[in-house]
Design a protein. Structure first.
Length: 297
């Protein structure tokens, strides 16, 4: 791997010719998104079985020899930040194994890792993605058995960079999936510049307007402001231009409360199903990768 990964992590890549499908996988479900021309196919959600991922058999029956671009979600990986070892690039992956061994509960021999850095960062840090090697192997084997091709495997934080924004303007996105910590990312000109998880809001969807008004919104405003200050001081970039909320119904409730505390424009995105949206972004990521590869030829 190179030290800059703006779009995807190369856990697996093997191009071929057939229909493209974006897939989002979390600890319990698999979400699929595809389209033929300009007409979108009906979205599909499948319960994830243990290890075997029989979902691939169902996909192959409908879309033989399909190409899959997969996004891993909560419960499928860990994202850690470590100091970058001062060694040659060719030896970096091996050195990172020792950097993370005390930060994970699973033996490092059972893990697969990849890494990326922020292109505008002025620090000496690397973001290391770790996932269970057996899970990835089972996934690839299950797809191959059904004559499907996995073109790439990436993660939730990175695929959010496929969302549209004003060119060269930094924006902060705050995303929530039921049962998970809030995800905060900063994106500038199509690249991930900062990411962090905000704890204490995993049950955000169950909070009432009163819960949000009496302290929760103020606490969240403080966390957002800290992240913006950190981004501006570390990257020495212009201030964030916009805040986007992907929080379901809570987004509309939080928007006026956050606006009272923060100076940036705030918008609540109307995303009905966050998991399906990530599958759609996975398909968009594949399209962008394919276009890039054609240009490089």
């Amino acid at each position: 791997m190179g030290n800059v990964l703006s779009r995807k992590l190369a856990f697996w890549k093997k191009p071929t010719e057939s229909i493209n499908i974006g897939i989002y996988i979390d600890s319990t479900h698999v979400w699929c998104f595809t389209k033929h021309g300009v007409e979108l196919d009906a979205p599909q959600r499948f319960t994830r079985d243990e290890g075997g991922l029989s979902i691939f058999k169902t996909i192959s029956e409908t879309y033989p020899q399909a190409r899959l671009h997969i996004i891993l979600g909560q419960g499928c990986y860990q994202l850690l930040q470590v100091d970058k070892p001062q060694i040659d690039e060719a030896e970096l992956k091996q050195a990172l194994i020792w950097s993370i061994k005390d930060l994970v509960s699973t033996p490092v021999t059972q893990l697969h890792l990849d890494y990326f850095s922020y292109s505008i960062a002025n620090n000496n840090k690397l973001n290391v993605v770790v996932s269970e090697k057996a899970m990835l192997q089972q996934m690839v084997s299950a797809a191959c058995e059904q004559d499907l091709t996995i073109t790439g495997i990436s993660i939730e934080e990175i695929v959010l960079s496929n969302t549209q924004g004003e060119a060269e303007q930094a924006r902060l996105m705050l995303c929530h999936q039921e049962g998970a910590d809030l995800l905060l990312v900063v994106i500038k000109d199509g690249e991930l510049c900062l990411q962090r998880r905000i704890r204490g809001f995993h049950a955000l969807n169950a909070m009432s307007k009163d819960d949000l008004s009496y302290g929760a919104a103020d606490t969240l405003s403080l966390e957002i402001q800290r992240s913006m200050d950190f981004y501006e001081s570390q990257s020495r970039q212009a201030p964030i231009n916009k805040i986007q909320l992907v929080l379901g119904e809570r987004g509309d409730d939080l928007k006026p409360l956050l606006a009272q505390n923060l100076q940036q424009p705030i918008e609540s995105l109307n995303i009905e199903n966050y998991s399906l949206w990530l599958a759609e972004l996975a398909l968009e990521e594949f399209s962008q990768t394919e276009d890039t590869e054609k240009v490089n030829l």
